[in-house]
Design a protein around this ligand. Structure first.
Ligand code: THU
Length: 160
């Protein structure tokens, strides 16, 4: 038996104002999308914005349903729409932000496991990393240079 250590890295910015200007703009688009989320059950609103290589920004928010599992996260709403609209256009940067009625969200809130798996598919498909910035409604912003950093031991097409 041998133990295998897996390390990963994210960068943390103290404030959104420290981000490059284009990312600040992307985060603003994510916040606008977040405020349009349909989240009557969880009262937890998430917004995602994706900068495509054609310079277009695609946004999404979580869409809930009375039959809870039928709802969809913001990240997948955005990424599937972008993939459907531009099947051959690369995703460069994603910005994510979340707010809650139950608490102040001032720490970086990472994408859920299912969304990491979904984003990983597109990163592999385009053979180019997607930068991901994520935050609460305020406070620090975390950045990962690639989705792969957020999903160690991921499952992908190579196993099929
Ligand atoms: N949610 C997202 O939109 N993205 C995530 O990565 C985590 C969770 C949504 C799903 C549900 O509408 C609400 O947040 C509470 O889980």
């Amino acid at each position: 038996m041998k133990e295998v250590k897996i390390e990963t890295k994210v960068q943390v910015f103290d404030d959104v104002n420290e981000l490059p200007e284009n990312v600040q703009n992307l985060m603003k688009a994510a916040a606008e999308a977040r405020d349009k989320a349909y989240a009557p059950y969880s009262k937890f609103k998430v917004g995602a914005a994706i900068l495509l290589e054609n310079n277009e920004v695609i946004t999404g928010s979580n869409q809930e349903n009375a039959s809870y599992p039928s709802g969809l996260c913001a990240e997948r709403t955005a990424i599937y729409y972008a993939g459907a609209k531009y099947p051959n256009t690369k995703f460069l940067i994603m910005a994510l932000t979340a707010s809650s009625n139950n608490q102040i969200t001032d720490k970086p809130i990472p994408p859920c496991g299912a969304c990491r798996q979904a984003i990983a598919e597109y990163e592999i498909k385009q053979d180019q990393p997607i930068e991901i910035y994520f935050m609460g409604a305020t406070g620090k912003v975390a950045k990962s240079n690639s989705l792969a950093n957020l999903l160690p031991l991921g499952f992908d097409r190579s196993f099929l």
